[in-house]
Design a protein around this ligand. Sequence first.
Ligand code: NDP
Ligand code: HSE
Length: 438
Amino acid sequence: MQPIRLGIIGFGTVASGLVSILATQAHGSRAKIAQTFTIQKIAVRDLSRPRVVATGDIPLTDDPFELVQDPNIDVVVELMGGTTLARDLVEQAIRNGKHIVTANKALLALHGNELFALAEQQGVQVYFEAAVAGGVPIIKALREGLIANDIDWLAGIINGTGNYILTEMKKPGAVFEQVLAKAQELGYAEADPTYDVEGIDAAHKLTILASLAFGIELAFSRVYTEGISQVSADDVRFAQAFGYEIKHLGIAAKEPSGYSLRVHPALVTKTVLLADVNGVMNAVLVHGDQVGATMLYGPGAGGAATASAVMADLYDLGRLWQAGTSHFVPPLGRYTADLKATATILNIDEIHTGFYVRCLVEDHPGMLAAISQTLADFDISIEHLHQEPISHDDQANQALLAFTTNKVREATFNLALAKLEALDGMLGKINKIRMSDF
Ligand code: NDP
Ligand code: HSE
């Protein structure tokens, strides 16, 4: 039997992990399949860069188009990242009849609708297990393992770098920039780490999960996106005092009037499983109408963990190679024509949630009463409250105030917040973080 001939674009964190795994499992022994794989060529940006994994006699090129045009390559494994060049390469590879395996969530979130449709026309497969939650097999679980279910909601920690930062920042003396640099060194972060810190990477992943869960087209531009950059050490401390951890969550939920798709920091009750997901670990909690709540947990980033997911795609491909392409499961679990194109996606203003609030106030009698009256005017009540006098000389008579509220429509809460910010004695902008129900 001829081996499946791979062309790998990129030779960084994930691709190095893949080449290592392929070197030890080249004969498919781990997956008990007869199909074998061979790497025909690897494309890199800089041919002079030293490589951490030996390539033996595998040729390297700095022209990735060589791979997508090469008739001796069956499968293009895109592990380069980005959405411009990567899109051209993947599109050309599909047009040239090559199957695709990719870890590139940004590419799929932005251009997946067209790429999946094109792949269907060309009779090739696009695999992307590594694109969401690194080594956690959430794609296959949602697409195949939970196929009997109508998914009601899912909520997950889906960015390893962000979770690593939030976890490390709880340690005394931790400095954000140093923690982020460590995440980069460990190979967790995106080429532009703003994508991790500002929630964009999580939004890419949530776009893919929501499409799989609800059978809707990929709708990245409709995902409400907020990162962790506004979460302070004070917030983490106050949340803990109230019995919560702060986690960055991706939430996709079916609501009576549409779908809610959002990524943002959230206060998670300490006693629930998601609160205990730390470091680079990811977890996705999925609620299906038949199975109830199911959680997948594991490393969300890093070379070996992510390459494990890429390899799972290759083994799937290897099995179906023998069975014939008619056995392929559609990448999003449905053919693209069957995806809902006109799904209503709710604006964040329409979401109902509790809030955590932190503000700096003048510490004088009546301040708390004014705050609680303003909230009461909007039918909002305070659930937990913590006040801390500021001890620096130049900030005498000031206090840091943190409180949580009952559930309220976000639009209503924002009106109340504007009134709070206008109160006499309110100093500066108020920070709010949503509370999680999951
Ligand atoms: P790296 O930055 O480590 O590697 C990127 C690779 O792409 C490098 O080898 C680089 O070449 C190569 N490359 C860049 N531009 C070009 C070009 N124009 N032509 C040819 N090669 C090029 O990225 P990662 O391995 O971390 O990530 C790869 C993909 O996997 C991304 O889409 C990322 O989002 C995704 N991903 C990453 C995870 C992780 O934990 N790191 C986890 C899950 C998904 P050179 O080495 O010469 O610079
Ligand atoms: N930068 C991403 C993360 C890589 O930290 O989760 C895995 O997708």
